[in-house]
Ligand binder design. Structure first.
Ligand code: FES
Ligand SMILES: [Fe+2]
Length: 352
């Protein structure tokens, strides 16, 4: 397997299983790391993830419904709690042997995180802190998800090299390709990933910025991205009127300031769930600037999906063939290295 194409899956990690608001509608069936799961919030209000297969006759639990003690199988009414134990066996005595597999789950900051590896190692302190989801005075997030047919790391590559913006996203978040290619880029290796900041000083505001808040002239635009292995990207971006001190104080009032959280949860080796949330600072959830930006992102990320799935198809024909990294790809290289470190850390455990 090439170093820079498909990556093996890392099991000992927290992934997004769902957005919190997805569970409001009832149980959902979702394949994560090759496992068919049911994710639900039981009557106790706690989110849980179980294998999507009742231990009685194998029906999918996702066809059932949440009840006070957990989830009730839709076929013969057995109830399983969040630990996978059968806590109600209608018309019969409870039997401790009746259980289904469960996975550690933590719900916080509008994320439902799942640990897919060795449960003993599920350390909640490793979960990324993203307080902006709860800062509703400043940010009101829209939440979305696309299913993409590609190895999850192609999405991380995409986010770690924004020179694609001027080519792929011309009608939305892009802008002038030359300005993207010439952006000042500072890339840093981090303990578990990569960070970069790009500045496009005195540049043309992209259509998304114009639609959301409108700018009279040029802007000083930044893109601040942090990749945290295995598959999260924390994004802080925006622009202020050129020459008004935005570079020294990105948080200053006015302009356009956005926060996004992006994450790729592998469904299997060749497909992933692309979770993303978007917010424009200071805008209500249904304010035109907020919805216009989110709609642009929905459109832009479909463009990424098209390129990434095409990449998967082409690379999949000869996965051992090496790809090239160019100078703009420093963050791509650092993020691939971080994944390799995580994967290497799992190897001894796998070999035991
Ligand atoms: S198959 Fe689930 S209760 Fe029978
Ligand atoms: Fe993109």
């Amino acid at each position: 397997m090439s170093d820079f194409a498909f990556e093996p899956l890392v099991r000992n990690a927290w992934y997004i299983a769902a957005w919190s608001n997805e569970l409001d509608e009832g149980p959902i069936a979702r394949k994560i790391m090759g496992e068919d799961l049911v994710i639900f919030r039981g009557g106790d209000g706690k989110a849980a993830a179980l294998e999507d297969r009742c231990c009685h006759r194998g029906v999918k639990l996702s066809l059932g419904q949440p009840v006070e003690k957990g989830i009730m199988c839709g076929y013969h009414g057995l109830v399983f709690d969040g630990s996978g134990a059968c806590v109600d066996n209608p018309g019969e005595k409870l039997n401790p042997a009746y259980r289904v597999r469960s996975f550690p789950v933590v719900e916080r900051q509008k994320f439902v995180w799942i640990w897919t590896g060795d449960a003993e190692q599920a350390d909640e302190s490793l979960i990324i802190d993203f307080p902006y989801h709860d800062m509703t005075d400043e940010y009101n997030f829209h939440f979305a998800r696309y299913d993409i047919g590609a190895n999850y790391m192609f999405m991380m590559d995409n986010l770690m090299d924004l020179t694609h913006l001027g080519y792929v996203h011309t009608s939305t978040i892009g802008g002038n390709p030359q300005e993207h290619d010439d952006a000042e880029l500072t890339t840093t290796r981090t303990e578990n990933g990569a960070h970069y900041i790009r500045w496009m000083m005195n540049s043309t505001p992209p259509p998304s910025f114009q639609k959301a808040v409108g700018f009279e002239g040029q802007v000083d635009r930044w893109q601040d991205f942090e990749y945290v292995a295995p598959s999260s990207v924390l994004q802080w971006g925006g622009g202020h009127d050129a020459g008004t001190g935005g570079r020294e104080n990105r948080d200053k009032p006015g302009g356009m300031v956005v926060r996004l959280f992006q994450h790729a949860t592998p469904a299997d080796d060749d497909s992933f769930h692309y979770f993303f949330s978007t917010a424009v600072r200071g805008q209500a959830y249904d304010a035109p600037a907020s919805t216009a930006f989110h709609e642009d992102i929905l459109e832009a990320f479909l463009e990424d999906k098209m390129f990434i799935e095409a990449q998967q198809e082409a690379v999949g024909k000869d996965p051992g063939r090496r790809l090239i990294l160019r100078e703009h790809d420093k963050a791509v290289a650092y993020s691939r290295q971080a994944i390799h470190r995580m994967h290497a850390a799992e190897m001894p455990a796998a070999a035991e």
